[in-house]
Design a protein around this ligand. Structure first.
Ligand code: SF4
Ligand code: SF4
Length: 341
């Protein structure tokens, strides 16, 4: 939610935006125009990367104001047909609950089964967990990219209720979108969350720390594709570094990482493919130039949509759970290692 009273009109949000080219004064003009509800230029330049929420030094959440105005003014960064397709396909995925050890948490896999690495849940990492998937467990947070927060807000209560019915004290979230929904958006909408949400990276860090003798250090240089939605939960970022340290990979210090991370630009594929390709090229060039051997993905969507491009650039495309499986000796260090299986 945009916190108007926190906004000091400093312009940092849009002056730092990597997809617009505003001077500080222009950026101040943009935020002032948005606050008046006007049709500011940033509304059409924004690619919904959510980064300005993190650039803002006062926690005013300027992206949430863009999101609100995108919806009010029906400005679509993603083609409406694409949003409809997402809705049709992802809200009709059959639900499945595979019971695990009653004393262990559940793992929410939502609706991204098509995008996760094949055989992912056969890893010893996930032994004993109750596995849940399907549309009842899909947060709809993807619509925070499409100017449709009403869909997210409307479904939030059902989402939390469906998860609460599992009767677990702790639920692990594989998808950053779903995690963001329960730790950030649901509380913002006034919905109590009656279980502890554990991010998949936090879970893997604790799993590996509990059995250091099982970890084979990989000694590799990697780049990290930070998901846009991670801008809502930057407090979990230390777990990413902790994980890389435990498994012996060096997260290369490149330009487009951490606060400067670039969006995978999937939304531009339909609306402005040339711009999308330029963003992707900048990102992958940066990873290669800084010596990365692989791009590590947390978001299954980014992984699914950009793995091929990574491979064309000579970067192995590795989902973060597979990276852990490599350190556990379950998979070789290679791009999408499961494709041969
Ligand atoms: S939203 Fe934040 S960064 Fe943007 S002008 Fe307001 S205080 Fe500054
Ligand atoms: S969400 Fe990203 S693209 Fe949009 S204004 Fe903020 S920083 Fe720029």
């Amino acid at each position: 939610m945009f916190e108007a009273e926190r906004c000091q009109e400093c312009g940092e949000c849009f002056a730092q935006c990597q997809y617009a080219d505003f001077t500080k004064d222009e950026a101040i003009h943009e935020i002032q125009a948005l606050k008046r509800g006007e049709n500011a230029a940033i509304l059409r330049q924004c690619i919904t990367c959510m980064a300005c929420n993190e650039y803002c030094p006062t926690g005013a959440n300027p992206y949430d104001l863009i999101l609100q105005l995108h919806e009010e003014k029906q400005i679509h960064f993603v083609e409406p047909g694409v949003a409809e397709f997402i809705e049709e396909t992802l809200t009709s995925v059959p639900n499945e609950i595979i019971p695990g050890d009653p004393d262990k948490p559940a793992l929410n896999l939502c609706v991204m089964g098509h995008a996760y690495p094949r055989n992912m849940t056969q890893s010893k990492l996930f032994q004993g967990l109750t596995l849940v998937s399907g549309s009842d467990y899909f947060s709809r947070a993807v619509f925070l990219h499409t100017g449709m927060e009403t869909k997210v807000r409307t479904y939030a209560g059902h989402y939390v209720e469906n998860l609460a019915k599992l009767g677990k004290q702790e639920i692990i979230f594989m998808h950053d979108d779903c995690y963001t929904m329960v730790v950030r958006k649901a509380p913002e909408y006034g919905i109590p969350v009656p279980f502890r949400a554990i991010h998949i990276i936090e879970y893997m860090v604790n799993y590996l720390k509990a059995q250091p003798q099982s970890v084979i250090k990989l000694n590799r240089k990697v780049a990290y594709q930070r998901p846009c939605i991670s801008r809502y939960t930057p407090e979990k970022e230390p777990y990413v570094d902790a994980l890389f340290e435990i498994i012996g990979v060096d997260r290369v210090a490149r330009k487009y990482d951490r606060k400067n991370a670039l969006c995978c630009a999937f939304g531009l594929r339909e609306t402005d493919p040339e711009r999308g390709s330029q963003i992707l090229k900048k990102n992958l060039d940066d990873a290669r130039t800084h010596g990365a051997e692989a791009m590590i993905f947390l978001c299954p969507g980014c992984y699914w949509l950009t793995s091929e491009a990574c491979e064309e650039y000579g970067l192995a495309a590795i989902f973060i759970t597979d990276l852990c499986r490599m350190a556990l000796g379950e998979l070789p260090f290679s791009s999408r290692p499961w494709t041969a299986g």
